[in-house]
Design a binder for this molecule. Structure first.
Ligand SMILES: NC(=O)c1ccc[n+]([C@@H]2O[C@H](COP(=O)([O-])OP(=O)(O)OC[C@H]3O[C@@H](n4cnc5c(N)ncnc54)[C@H](O)[C@@H]3O)[C@@H](O)[C@H]2O)c1
Length: 327
């Protein structure tokens, strides 16, 4: 049995789908603060999924999950808040949820002897890039409370390995994109802060806002590494296997090693949608580096992972999901 925290959310639900399709039994623990019961109901059609509504900030609720499910072998931990701007305004909310919530989870795991965890970390732990593409040796100097909260958890996990033998794999995602290939589940954030769904959703009344076209990049817009959500889910499946086979605590970048500019993404979205998308060029936002691209060599070598889907596929699946579910 695999316990997935945050499995009612965007990325977690895609891992749950991948696990269920492999015949794996899964428990999702989610507060539904940001996730959706409809996502759980969809997932339950595809395999043996138990859903437990609960909050990691409540130690008893997460202890209860381990107490009544003695067959949990490993945990995949997605549950967190992840909006950078909100974390700057309200760091308390972020440290309380992302750090304290994780401490409750880890302490419950130790109490019940579960010692394998895969953790959703982020490129935001690196901060302002010193070189590109970013490999795992790049210094970790986050520039906002969200990134700090994730780095703190990474450090706690190292200490818990040294002291208690808890083995972790920390997966540092770059920009996650796309939806399930059959449009059963997809990206559903409220509010939505990510590029592709926002471009696809733009209307003449609410044009897409492009922040900054004067960066030091070939077309002046920021370059990011868009990793497809199903490729990302597959990396989690491999990370679980790695831990099951006795792998040591480790950390990996998950990206494609290819950068795409905001203008490139915008033009792929127009192409997929088959129409012009209303656009407004706005000033730069604070804290957006010009280029963020992952060196993914380590994940390829150690986990035998290979991202298969390109940007266009992510945009197509995101569009199909939007179109199918929201008309
Ligand atoms: N989306 C990205 O591009 C991206 C990039 C880097 C890292 N990440 C990380 O990946 C993880 C998943 O991101 P997502 O985009 O799927 O987010 P999401 O908001 O869609 O999903 C997070 C889920 O966690 C649940 N949750 C939050 N706090 C909880 C708590 N205290 N107890 C129980 N459940 C709780 C929410 O209800 C939600 O269902 C996060 O940890 C995020 O920081 C995401």
């Amino acid at each position: 049995m695999i316990l997935v925290t945050g499995g009612a959310g965007y990325i977690g639900s895609h891992l749950v789908m991948a696990l269920l399709e492999k015949g794996q039994n899964v428990i999702v623990f989610d507060s539904l603060e940001l996730g959706h019961i409809e996502t759980i109901e969809t997932l339950q059609k595809y395999g043996n999924l138990k859903f437990i509504k609960g909050n990691l900030r409540n130690l008893d609720e997460i202890r209860g999950v381990f107490m009544s499910n003695k067959d949990i072998e490993a945990v995949v931990h997605f549950a967190a808040y992840s909006q950078v701007a909100e974390s700057v305004k309200n760091p308390q909310k972020y440290y309380y949820n992302n750090v304290y919530g994780t401490l409750n989870l880890l302490n419950a795991m130790l109490e019940f002897g579960v010692k394998k965890i895969v953790f959703s970390s982020t490129a935001a732990t690196y901060g302002e890039p010193e070189y590109t593409p970013i490999d795992e040796k790049h210094p970790q100097n986050p520039i906002n409370p969200y990134g700090n909260s994730k780095l703190m958890v990474e450090k706690i996990m190292d200490d818990y390995d040294r002291a208690y033998g808890l083995k972790s794999v920390r997966l540092r995602y770059f920009n996650v994109a796309g939806a399930d290939s059959k449009a059963r589940i997809g990206e559903w954030h409220e509010p939505e802060t990510h590029l592709i769904p926002n471009v696809l959703k733009a209307t003449p009344d609410k044009s897409f806002k492009m922040f900054g076209d004067d960066y030091n990049t070939p077309d002046g817009t920021c370059i990011r590494d868009y990793i497809n959500v199903e490729d990302l889910a597959q990396a989690h499946v491999l990370a679980l296997e790695y831990l099951k086979n006795g792998g040591e605590t480790n950390f990996f970048n998950l990206g494609t090693k290819n950068g795409n500019s905001v203008k490139e993404v915008f033009s792929v979205c127009e192409d997929v949608k088959g129409c012009e998308i209303p656009l407004e060029i706005c000033p730069r936002r604070e804290g957006d580096p010009a280029i963020l691209v992952a060196d993914n060599t380590k994940a390829k070598k150690t986990l035998d992972w290979e991202p298969k889907n390109d940007l266009r596929y992510s945009v197509e699946t995101a569009y199909h999901y939007e179109f199918k579910n929201k008309g």
